[in-house]
Ligand binder design. Structure first.
Ligand SMILES: Cc1cc2nc3c(=O)[nH]c(=O)nc-3n(C[C@H](O)[C@H](O)[C@H](O)COP(=O)(O)O)c2cc1C
Length: 208
Protein backbone atom coordinates (compact mmCIF):
# COMPACT_ATOMS: atom_id res chain seq x y z
CA UNK A 1 0.00 0.00 0.00
CA UNK A 2 1.34 3.44 -0.83
CA UNK A 3 2.59 5.47 2.12
CA UNK A 4 3.31 9.19 2.11
CA UNK A 5 5.87 10.57 4.55
CA UNK A 6 6.14 14.30 5.25
CA UNK A 7 9.72 15.00 6.38
CA UNK A 8 10.10 18.38 8.13
CA UNK A 9 13.42 19.77 9.36
CA UNK A 10 13.90 23.03 11.24
CA UNK A 11 17.52 23.03 12.44
CA UNK A 12 19.88 25.29 10.49
CA UNK A 13 22.93 23.25 11.54
CA UNK A 14 23.22 20.96 8.50
CA UNK A 15 25.54 18.00 9.07
CA UNK A 16 26.11 19.08 12.69
CA UNK A 17 22.42 18.87 13.53
CA UNK A 18 21.29 16.13 15.89
CA UNK A 19 17.65 16.34 14.76
CA UNK A 20 18.54 16.23 11.06
CA UNK A 21 20.54 13.02 11.55
CA UNK A 22 17.65 11.50 13.49
CA UNK A 23 14.90 12.59 11.08
CA UNK A 24 16.96 11.17 8.18
CA UNK A 25 17.30 7.88 10.06
CA UNK A 26 13.59 7.87 10.92
CA UNK A 27 12.54 8.49 7.32
CA UNK A 28 15.00 5.87 6.00
CA UNK A 29 13.56 3.26 8.38
CA UNK A 30 9.98 4.23 7.49
CA UNK A 31 10.85 3.80 3.81
CA UNK A 32 12.32 0.37 4.50
CA UNK A 33 9.14 -0.62 6.30
CA UNK A 34 6.87 0.72 3.52
CA UNK A 35 8.00 -0.51 0.10
CA UNK A 36 5.78 1.90 -1.86
CA UNK A 37 6.55 5.17 -0.07
CA UNK A 38 6.72 8.77 -1.25
CA UNK A 39 8.60 11.40 0.74
CA UNK A 40 7.62 15.07 0.76
CA UNK A 41 10.48 17.16 2.16
CA UNK A 42 9.97 20.51 3.81
CA UNK A 43 13.20 22.14 4.95
CA UNK A 44 12.12 25.11 7.04
CA UNK A 45 15.67 26.26 7.75
CA UNK A 46 16.55 26.50 4.04
CA UNK A 47 13.11 27.66 2.83
CA UNK A 48 11.37 29.37 5.76
CA UNK A 49 7.74 30.35 5.58
CA UNK A 50 7.14 34.09 6.19
CA UNK A 51 5.59 35.40 9.38
CA UNK A 52 1.87 36.01 8.92
CA UNK A 53 1.14 39.60 7.86
CA UNK A 54 -2.12 41.57 8.27
CA UNK A 55 -2.70 41.12 4.54
CA UNK A 56 -2.24 37.33 4.67
CA UNK A 57 -4.56 37.07 7.67
CA UNK A 58 -7.21 39.12 5.86
CA UNK A 59 -6.87 36.77 2.86
CA UNK A 60 -7.25 33.72 5.14
CA UNK A 61 -10.53 35.14 6.43
CA UNK A 62 -11.88 36.00 2.97
CA UNK A 63 -14.00 33.07 1.70
CA UNK A 64 -12.07 31.11 -0.97
CA UNK A 65 -14.58 31.88 -3.74
CA UNK A 66 -14.35 35.63 -3.04
CA UNK A 67 -10.53 35.97 -3.03
CA UNK A 68 -8.99 38.12 -5.76
CA UNK A 69 -5.74 37.08 -7.43
CA UNK A 70 -3.48 38.79 -4.86
CA UNK A 71 -5.41 37.14 -2.01
CA UNK A 72 -5.18 33.75 -3.72
CA UNK A 73 -1.41 34.25 -3.83
CA UNK A 74 -1.37 35.21 -0.14
CA UNK A 75 -2.92 31.90 0.93
CA UNK A 76 -0.90 29.74 -1.46
CA UNK A 77 1.99 28.90 0.88
CA UNK A 78 -0.39 28.00 3.68
CA UNK A 79 -2.58 25.91 1.34
CA UNK A 80 0.49 24.00 0.12
CA UNK A 81 1.71 23.30 3.67
CA UNK A 82 -1.79 22.10 4.68
CA UNK A 83 -2.08 19.90 1.54
CA UNK A 84 1.20 18.20 2.46
CA UNK A 85 -0.04 17.58 5.98
CA UNK A 86 -3.36 16.17 4.75
CA UNK A 87 -1.63 13.89 2.19
CA UNK A 88 0.88 12.47 4.69
CA UNK A 89 0.28 9.12 6.37
CA UNK A 90 3.28 9.79 8.62
CA UNK A 91 4.67 13.19 9.57
CA UNK A 92 8.25 13.36 10.87
CA UNK A 93 9.08 16.70 12.51
CA UNK A 94 12.65 17.59 13.51
CA UNK A 95 12.52 20.04 16.40
CA UNK A 96 15.49 21.32 18.34
CA UNK A 97 14.67 23.02 21.64
CA UNK A 98 15.50 26.69 21.29
CA UNK A 99 15.18 28.90 24.35
CA UNK A 100 12.82 26.35 25.93
CA UNK A 101 10.51 26.41 22.89
CA UNK A 102 10.77 25.64 19.19
CA UNK A 103 12.76 27.47 16.46
CA UNK A 104 10.72 30.33 14.99
CA UNK A 105 10.80 28.75 11.51
CA UNK A 106 8.87 25.79 12.94
CA UNK A 107 6.46 28.14 14.71
CA UNK A 108 5.88 29.93 11.38
CA UNK A 109 4.97 26.53 9.84
CA UNK A 110 2.48 25.93 12.68
CA UNK A 111 0.96 29.37 12.01
CA UNK A 112 0.49 28.43 8.34
CA UNK A 113 -1.10 25.03 8.97
CA UNK A 114 -3.41 25.97 11.87
CA UNK A 115 -6.24 27.47 9.78
CA UNK A 116 -9.81 27.90 11.01
CA UNK A 117 -12.20 25.97 8.79
CA UNK A 118 -9.43 23.84 7.26
CA UNK A 119 -7.50 22.16 10.08
CA UNK A 120 -9.68 23.09 13.05
CA UNK A 121 -13.04 24.65 13.78
CA UNK A 122 -14.94 25.91 16.78
CA UNK A 123 -18.35 24.37 17.40
CA UNK A 124 -20.90 24.25 20.18
CA UNK A 125 -18.67 21.93 22.19
CA UNK A 126 -15.52 24.01 21.67
CA UNK A 127 -12.59 23.45 19.32
CA UNK A 128 -12.50 20.46 17.00
CA UNK A 129 -9.42 19.30 15.09
CA UNK A 130 -10.07 18.46 11.45
CA UNK A 131 -6.97 16.43 10.58
CA UNK A 132 -7.25 12.62 10.50
CA UNK A 133 -6.77 11.37 14.06
CA UNK A 134 -4.91 8.22 12.92
CA UNK A 135 -2.24 10.11 10.98
CA UNK A 136 1.06 9.14 12.58
CA UNK A 137 3.30 11.92 13.90
CA UNK A 138 6.90 11.35 15.02
CA UNK A 139 8.46 14.37 16.71
CA UNK A 140 12.24 14.14 16.69
CA UNK A 141 13.34 16.30 19.59
CA UNK A 142 16.85 17.33 20.67
CA UNK A 143 17.85 19.53 23.56
CA UNK A 144 21.08 20.46 25.28
CA UNK A 145 19.71 19.85 28.78
CA UNK A 146 17.33 17.28 30.28
CA UNK A 147 13.63 18.10 30.61
CA UNK A 148 11.69 14.83 30.50
CA UNK A 149 12.04 14.54 34.27
CA UNK A 150 13.55 16.54 37.12
CA UNK A 151 13.60 20.25 37.98
CA UNK A 152 13.74 21.47 34.36
CA UNK A 153 10.54 19.65 33.35
CA UNK A 154 8.40 22.77 33.85
CA UNK A 155 10.63 24.63 31.35
CA UNK A 156 9.76 22.31 28.46
CA UNK A 157 7.68 24.48 26.16
CA UNK A 158 8.99 22.61 23.11
CA UNK A 159 7.53 19.09 23.20
CA UNK A 160 4.51 20.15 25.27
CA UNK A 161 3.70 22.93 22.78
CA UNK A 162 4.08 20.77 19.68
CA UNK A 163 1.97 17.97 21.18
CA UNK A 164 -0.76 20.42 22.28
CA UNK A 165 -1.03 22.26 18.99
CA UNK A 166 -1.00 19.06 16.90
CA UNK A 167 -3.69 17.56 19.15
CA UNK A 168 -5.68 20.77 18.71
CA UNK A 169 -5.60 20.05 14.96
CA UNK A 170 -7.03 16.57 15.60
CA UNK A 171 -3.86 14.45 15.58
CA UNK A 172 -3.78 11.75 18.24
CA UNK A 173 -1.01 9.30 17.27
CA UNK A 174 2.01 11.34 18.39
CA UNK A 175 5.35 9.76 19.40
CA UNK A 176 8.66 11.29 20.43
CA UNK A 177 12.16 10.31 19.39
CA UNK A 178 14.15 12.28 21.94
CA UNK A 179 17.86 13.08 22.30
CA UNK A 180 18.21 15.14 25.45
CA UNK A 181 21.28 16.21 27.38
CA UNK A 182 23.35 16.53 24.19
CA UNK A 183 25.24 19.51 25.72
CA UNK A 184 25.92 17.80 29.05
CA UNK A 185 29.27 16.25 28.12
CA UNK A 186 30.37 13.46 25.76
CA UNK A 187 28.99 10.59 27.86
CA UNK A 188 25.57 12.24 28.21
CA UNK A 189 25.52 13.03 24.47
CA UNK A 190 26.33 9.43 23.60
CA UNK A 191 23.61 8.18 25.95
CA UNK A 192 21.15 10.70 24.44
CA UNK A 193 21.70 9.32 20.94
CA UNK A 194 21.43 5.73 22.17
CA UNK A 195 18.13 6.57 23.87
CA UNK A 196 16.84 8.30 20.73
CA UNK A 197 17.61 5.13 18.74
CA UNK A 198 15.66 3.12 21.33
CA UNK A 199 12.68 5.52 21.06
CA UNK A 200 12.82 5.15 17.29
CA UNK A 201 12.83 1.35 17.45
CA UNK A 202 9.89 1.42 19.92
CA UNK A 203 7.95 3.88 17.75
CA UNK A 204 8.43 1.86 14.58
CA UNK A 205 7.63 -1.43 16.34
CA UNK A 206 4.41 0.12 17.63
CA UNK A 207 3.54 1.11 14.04
CA UNK A 208 4.26 -2.37 12.62
C1 LIG B 1 19.61 29.21 19.57
C2 LIG B 1 19.69 27.98 20.44
C3 LIG B 1 18.91 27.92 21.59
C4 LIG B 1 18.97 26.81 22.40
N1 LIG B 1 18.18 26.75 23.51
C5 LIG B 1 18.22 25.64 24.31
C6 LIG B 1 17.39 25.55 25.48
O1 LIG B 1 16.62 26.44 25.80
N2 LIG B 1 17.49 24.45 26.24
C7 LIG B 1 18.33 23.39 25.92
O2 LIG B 1 18.36 22.41 26.63
N3 LIG B 1 19.10 23.45 24.81
C8 LIG B 1 19.06 24.54 24.00
N4 LIG B 1 19.83 24.59 22.88
C9 LIG B 1 20.62 23.40 22.50
C10 LIG B 1 19.90 22.61 21.42
O3 LIG B 1 18.60 22.23 21.80
C11 LIG B 1 20.69 21.34 21.06
O4 LIG B 1 21.99 21.73 20.67
C12 LIG B 1 20.04 20.53 19.97
O5 LIG B 1 20.90 19.49 19.61
C13 LIG B 1 19.73 21.35 18.74
O6 LIG B 1 19.22 20.53 17.71
P1 LIG B 1 20.03 20.43 16.34
O7 LIG B 1 21.37 19.80 16.69
O8 LIG B 1 19.23 19.55 15.45
O9 LIG B 1 20.19 21.80 15.78
C14 LIG B 1 19.81 25.71 22.05
C15 LIG B 1 20.59 25.78 20.89
C16 LIG B 1 20.54 26.91 20.09
C17 LIG B 1 21.40 26.96 18.86
Amino acid sequence: MSHTILHIDSSPLGDNSVTRKLTAKTVAQLREANADSTVITRDLAHSPLPHLSAQTLASFFTPADQRDEAQQNDVKLSDEAIDELIKADTVVIGSPMWNFGIPSVLKAWVDHVARAGLTFKYGETGPEGLLAADKKVIIVSARGGAYSEGPMKAMDFQETYLKSVLEFLGLRDISFVRAEGVAMGPDAAELALKQADEHLAQTLNKAA
